[in-house]
Structures are given as C-alpha cells and as structure tokens.
Design a binder for this molecule. Structure first.
Ligand code: GLA
Length: 458
C-alpha cells in the first residue's frame, strides 16, 4: 500500500491515541523493561521430596540459594538476570493463625525472610507465588478464604507478610476460583501490595484462565492496570511442540498484544525452557530470539548447574538481550510467511530505539519452521517486510514521542529516499549492507532462526 500525503482520518487518529495508554499500565515503577531472572516451576515443579539424594532439587531454601549462587558465578546476573522466583509448593499446607508460613522443614521457620536478605546481599531479588483462589494449583493455601467472595480474603495480610519478608515479586495464579469472577476479585491483591509501599512486581495468571477456559474475553485494560506481567496461554513444557503452540497462539493474538504490551505491563508467554532436556541448540536459539523480539519477560526455568555451555551462551547472548530490553518495548510482529518446499518460513520485525531520519532501527528475524532437510535460503523483499510492520512502527514512534507519518512515508517513497541499511547478525559474526528494494536472503537452519539488526545508512 502506498501512502499519499498524510492526512489522518479520525479513526486512524483515535487508534494512534489509543496506543499511547501510558497512564493505564500498573504504576508501581517496575518492569520498565521486561524483567529477567529464573523461576522454579517448569524444571522443578512441585518436587517436595527433600530426602537424601534429592536435596539439591527439591523446592527448598537450598534450591533457591544454589540457583542464586549460580546466577552470579556463571555470569547470568551480570547480563541482567536478577529475579529468583519461588513457584508453587513453598508454604505449609495450612495457615497458622491466619498467616502464611513457609514449610519449616524445607525452608526453616524464617526461611523466606532469610532468603530475601541473602539474595539482596547478593544484588538479586526474590519472587514468591500465590493464587487468587482458595488454593493454589498444587493445593497449597491461596489468597481467598471462601469461594468467589471478597469476604474473608487474605489479600492484605498476605501482602503485608510478603512485604515484611522483603519479597520483590509476586506471581498470582488463578486456579480454584470462578474464572469469570476473577476479574472483579483479583485486582484487589495488587492494591493490597501497593498499600505495603514495598515495590513488588505483580505477575497475574487470572486473565489467562478467563481467555482460555471461558467464552469471556478478559478486559485487557483491567489486566494492564493490575499486572506487570500477565500470562495468556497454557503452561510451557520442555518440548518443541509446546514452544510452537505458544508461537501459534501468540501470532493469533499479536494485534491485541501489540496494543497492550509495553513498559510497565507485559504479556508473558511463560518460561524459557532452554538448557533442559528437549530443545536442540537451534530450537533453543529460536525460543530466545522469539522472546527477545516479543519483548517478553526472560525467566529461565532450568538447572544452571547442569547447563551445557552452548545453551548458557544462547541465554547470555548480549545482543539478543539488548533487543529484549530495548526501552521502547515494542512487541515484534510476524509480518510475512510463506510455504517452502520442506516447511514454512516466517519473518518477524521489531522496531527498536535508535532512530535515523524519523525511522526506528529494525530487528528482523527469519524463522524456518521445518524438520526436514538442510539449511535453507529464506528470502523476502526488505521493503515489503518493513512496510508490513507499520502498526509496530506507530507504537515505536508514539513511545519515542515522534510521529510515525514521516517514517511510513519514507518507507513507501521512491528508492532514492532511503539509501539502504547496514545489517549485523546478532548471533553470528556477519554484517553487510542491503537496499530497501533488494531481497534480504539468509540461510536458516530447520527449526532455527537468523536475527539481524538493520540501521539506516545515513
Ligand atoms: C499453574 C501455572 C504454572 C505453575 C503451576 C503451579 O499451572 O500456570 O506456571 O505456577 O500452576 O502449580
């Protein structure tokens, strides 16, 4: 589509206005860029057997201390991974005088506070887990006292407990509650956390259950105001199929995500399963690159002490992390796909913050979805893929407080206006130059990606 002189119709103007929404996200000053860290769920689930031989791997103070030490010694803290998040199964099975307590055998009486203090000394942060229903998904005490009612909930008392322990992040699950009522009930927990005056990052799962298991669409404005992160799809598993199911669902929702996702409040496609048992190196790189292009939270769930170097290298790729942490926080869209002889190729484009001549720079990712044959030359016209990312460019421009019109005009105008781009591969040491009207051709491994950054030649 060519753009003529830019006169915005009221509808376009309104939709651009709607994209700004800064005041509608949760304003607790946190998650200005996607948070990074580690979480126990996918790898360690609800393993509470701390008998000899399994003490390293059960949900206990020892596990989180071990991981904290490895984040530091293996260079993960240095590249930005800072949260150590406890998931389900940390508490005792019942409350004591109405209060939550950690399981004393696995954590010690004062274990969470001690863990938080230790992590803070190590310049890390501690996350904890709860549930907006009467029980967590693994049937530990939740924050609600009786089903579907606000009466007798534990929101304030638990928020005070978490703050007193020095917790920095709280994952609020949505099992064991009437999903439809969750939207009315659960946001009050965020208010309770705010009242403590301790900055606590909030991850919500309750919007997910509504989206997944009912006919009702969650109110994304409510989620955005109540949650720094919000899950929208099934739990990720340690399998390529699971990663691909997240991909498919995310692409279906991408136009909505683009509008509501950004500094302060992020859609969360769930944990990085890189370095566990299932993903090949190419598949692992694909997950890392996708999460980076999506500006998704980077929470690993793996065993850092058993991680093969190749996977550690993928997780610590500074250039990809920089893409993930780009200050504009734009959700990179899938802008083109094509059937190839042995599979399918897809292109993702994420506008990032360095602007030249009113246009952002771009991260372009090619994904070759195939499990047959050799690496394959994926090729798309550069002008086509950049112009197809116009909605993402509008979000980037809005966040940069510039107008997207001039940029879109330049991308659509005759070939001499934009001389071309220099490109840099963010994984392999390769670079080059490409003109706007050329085909951008890159060889991509099956199940693999190529990720390049394009900066306009001045
Ligand atoms: C749900 C969540 C998971 C994990 C488990 C814990 O399934 O989606 O991420 O927290 O509960 O029981």
């Amino acid at each position: 589509m060519k753009l003529g002189p830019i006169l915005l119709s009221p509808i376009v103007a309104l939709s651009i206005l709607a994209l700004s929404r800064p005041s509608n996200s949760l304003e607790n000053g946190l998650a200005k860029t996607p948070p990074m860290g580690w979480i126990s769920w996918e790898r360690f689930t609800c393993d509470i057997d701390c008998s000899p031989g399994n003490q390293n791997d059960c949900i206990s103070k020892q596990l989180y201390t071990r991981i904290a030490d490895s984040l530091i010694s293996k260079g993960f803290r240095e590249v930005g991974y800072e949260y150590v998040n406890i998931d389900d199964c940390w508490s005792s099975k019942s409350r004591v005088e109405g209060r939550l307590e950690p399981d004393s055998e696995r954590f010690g009486e004062n274990g969470i506070k001690e863990l938080a203090d230790e992590l803070h000394r190590k310049k890390l942060k501690l996350g904890i887990y709860g549930d907006c229903g009467v029980e967590t998904c693994a049937h530990y005490p939740g924050q609600l006292a009786s089903n579907s009612s606000l009466d007798g909930n534990y929101f304030d008392v638990d928020a005070q407990t978490f703050a007193a322990w020095g917790v920095d992040s709280f994952k609020f699950d949505g099992c064991n509650i009437d999903f439809v009522q969750a939207e009315q009930i659960c946001p009050a927990m965020t208010e309770a956390l705010k009242k403590t005056e301790r900055p606590i990052l909030v991850t919500c799962e309750w919007p997910f259950y509504l989206l997944r298991y009912t006919e009702t669409k969650p109110n994304f404005e409510v989620a955005r105001k109540s949650c720094n992160l919000w899950r929208y799809f099934d739990d990720i598993f340690d399998s390529w199929q699971s990663v691909m199911s997240v991909l498919d669902f995310t692409i279906k929702m991408q136009d909505t995500i683009l509008q509501y996702h950004g500094p302060g409040s992020w859609f969360d496609p769930d944990q990085l399963v890189i370095g566990n048992f299932a993903l090949s190196r190419d598949q692992a790189l694909t997950q890392m690159a996708l999460w980076s292009v999506w500006s998704a939270p980077l929470f690993m769930s793996n065993d850092l002490d058993k991680l093969h170097d190749d996977y550690a290298k993928i997780l610590k790729n500074k250039k990809l992390i920089q893409v993930n942490q780009d200050e504009l926080g734009v959700f990179g869209l899938m802008v083109a796909e094509r059937s190839e002889q042995n599979g399918k190729s897809m292109v993702f484009v994420k506008p990032v913050s360095e602007f030249t001549n009113e246009c952002p720079s771009f991260v372009v990712m090619y994904f070759y979805r195939s499990s047959l044959g050799n690496d394959f030359p994926v090729s798309f016209g550069l002008r086509e893929i950049l112009t197809k990312s116009s909605e993402a460019i509008k979000v980037a421009a809005k966040r940069k407080h510039t107008s997207a019109d001039r940029c879109l005009e330049r991308l659509n105008s005759n070939p001499t206006v934009i001389r071309g781009y220099k490109w840099e591969d963010l994984v392999e040491d390769q670079r080059g130059e490409v003109n706007l009207d050329e085909q951008l051709k890159l060889y991509v491994n099956p199940s693999g990606v190529r990720v390049i950054k394009l900066e306009e030649l001045s």
